[in-house]
Design a protein around this ligand. Structure first.
Ligand code: NAP
Length: 550
């Protein structure tokens, strides 16, 4: 283990949930480690995304670490879906409980990560031009961590505040009595709009594509605790009314069920086909899911993700809900998506559609009234001028590759990651990429990552990497790199499994379609979490097949 100043065995970039758990494992293994983090605190996504209404749409009893039984038992979530501030509190609790902060260099942005073949190490340079070296490098930089700020015409002309949901200010933003415009209607906007409407004088929602969303039915967990559920007694069953004590009493089994699932979470998948049940049965299943709320809606029938006719039954159900919830029929029409449900990530909301019945909201359809330019006091479309005090960009992220490309990452023979991935990311298992030895990516493209319960996926990745470190140490190896053949096969497999999946059936950030000039290729692995884990385990059990280890 190296102890020289500025020389480490392992550098981890990012102190979100992936970076924190990697650090925990490194400390446990007594590896000489440093984490570099751009923010002034831990939490990653939950540090940055502080917009009103921000919360996780994976249930809090599942969206947490499982590596420590004590941590799992002692932490008390207060709501079915935790707010951003509660998740951030949890992240800080973890960091303090396991003394993680002492190994994190905050307020520091990594600018380059360059492999030096002659020394078999990585040279990492930060924004202060400080350089360190490390044998191994883990990119724990997140999948949705670089915001997409479209190049709107004359954006700098607007003389008042422009906020982005993905980099929301830390201090309270006062929107009281203000005329506010919000551009974008994805998951972030869908959470933000019903919150800020309570405060603003008037809200103008600029929509390019309507998004499907289902009610969250969020509730305090204390209320749920009073209810009787069968979760612990029905190992295959599931009830959205998670009963905290019962889950905690059987957490191990509960987690195991998530490990063996498609999305790394306990999700009630109805094994029936939407097309093979009666019309009445279909409606009652959808009504039941709608009433219970949350992402389980998309698991109402087993064929919604693969059969377009089956999918259309679910899409039509939600379209009818929009019609019944939104009083003004013209507004309802604009809010109604026409593409398959679940193609863009299904959003989960609290009173989103109902918000459009308020007197102080206007929906602007950018398809019939395209944006022209920002002006000093507002936004002008080709039809109207909207005077605004604040503009919110809810325009999403340069997902999965944006943050990696913002860093100058160079592997063997000075090959730049950005160039290697110009036609789309190329990884082996989403964890590694050929020509970049001893370099790992957590929840990278080619891994299930954003299609799953992220904390569970993160723990699996990190455990795999640290098992690999152990293997290398035991076998006195100093370098591991994906073989080109293994990478090519994995990339092909990724594309094969995505072809017929609903997720690749429309333009979305999964496909890189939201960023001008970005390669159009389905980035996350859509073959299912359990299948992915099986493959990873097979690779490690076969002495890291597909890797060149020296
Ligand atoms: P998003 O899903 O990418 O939505 C961005 C929105 O901005 C879309 O409506 C998009 O329209 C619009 N937009 C982008 N560029 C535009 C332009 N030039 N002109 C007009 N409109 C434009 O981003 P997001 O809502 O931030 O969500 C991103 C992801 O973060 C989610 O899919 C999810 O994975 C995660 N997230 C999770 C939660 C949660 O756990 N509850 C909450 C928020 C976010 P088009 O559709 O036409 O491109």
């Amino acid at each position: 283990m190296s102890q020289q100043k500025n020389k480490y065995d392992l550098i981890i970039i990012g102190a979100g949930f992936a970076g924190m758990y990697s650090l925990y494992k490194a400390k446990l293994a007594q590896i000489n480690v440093l984490v570099i983090e751009k923010a002034s605190g831990v939490g990653g996504t939950w540090y940055w995304n502080r917009y009103p209404g921000a919360r996780c749409d994976v249930e809090s009893m599942q969206y947490s670490y499982q590596f420590s039984k004590e941590l799992q038992d002692e932490w008390e979530w207060t709501e079915k879906y935790a707010t951003q501030s509660e998740i951030l509190k949890y992240a800080n609790h973890v960091a303090e409980r396991f003394n993680l902060k002492e190994n994190i260099k905050f307020n520091t942005e990594v600018k380059s990560v360059i492999y030096k073949e002659e020394n078999n190490n990585w040279v990492i340079t930060d924004n202060n031009n400080k350089t360190i070296t490390s044998t191994f490098c883990i990119m724990a930089t997140g999948c949705l961590s670089t915001i997409n700020k479209p190049n709107f015409k004359n954006i700098n002309q607007f003389s008042r505040p422009i906020l982005h949901t993905g980099t929301w200010p830390h201090e309270k933003v006062n929107l009281k009595g203000k005329k506010v415009g919000i551009i974008g209607t994805g998951s972030s906007a869908i959470q933000c709009i019903p919150e800020i409407i309570k405060e603003v004088d008037h809200l103008y929602v600029f929509q390019r594509t309507p998004h499907y969303t289902v009610p969250a039915r969020n509730r305090p967990l204390k209320y749920i605790r009073k209810k009787i559920t069968e979760i612990a007694r029905k190992p295959q069953g599931y009830d959205t009314n998670l009963y905290v004590e019962e889950v905690k009493a059987h957490y191990k089994d509960f987690r195991l069920r998530a490990q063996n699932s498609v999305a790394a979470m306990v999700l009630p998948i109805n094994e029936e086909s939407a097309l093979e049940v009666s019309k009445e049965r279909r409606k009652s299943v959808y009504e039941d899911r709608w009433k219970k709320g949350g992402v389980p809606f998309i698991a109402a029938f087993q064929d919604l993700n693969f059969d377009r006719d089956a999918n259309e039954t679910a899409a039509e159900f939600v379209r009818n809900k929009i019609k019944s919830l939104v009083e003004d029929s013209a507004t309802a029409k604009i809010l109604t998506p026409k593409y398959p449900i679940g193609c863009k990530r299904l959003a989960v909301d609290s009173n989103y559609y109902e918000t459009f019945n308020k007197p102080n909201i206007s929906l602007i359809d950018l398809n019939t009234e395209p944006l022209d330019e920002f002006v000093s006091n507002g936004l002008s479309t080709f039809k109207n001028l909207y005077e605004l005090d604040v503009i919110i960009l809810a325009t999403g992220f340069d997902a999965m590759t944006g943050t990696l490309f913002n860093i100058d990452i160079q592997g063997k023979n000075n090959i730049k990651l950005k160039d290697k991935w110009a036609d789309g990311p190329k990884t082996y298992l989403g964890l590694t990429t050929e020509s970049f030895p001893n370099f790992f990516i957590i929840s990278g493209p080619g891994s299930p990552s954003v299609l799953t319960n992220m904390i569970v996926s993160i723990e699996q990745h990190v455990n795999w990497i640290f098992d690999c470190f152990k293997f290398m140490k035991k076998n006195k190896k100093s370098s591991i790199e994906a073989s080109l053949q293994a990478e090519q096969e994995w990339v092909k497999h990724n594309q094969d499994v995505s072809v017929d999946h609903v997720r690749s059936s429309c333009s979305s950030w999964y496909m890189g379609a939201n960023i001008k000039g970005k390669a159009r290729i389905f980035m996350p692995y859509v073959g299912g979490y359990a299948n992915y884990v099986k493959k990873c385990n097979q690779v490690s059990q076969n002495n890291y097949e597909g890797f060149i280890i020296k």
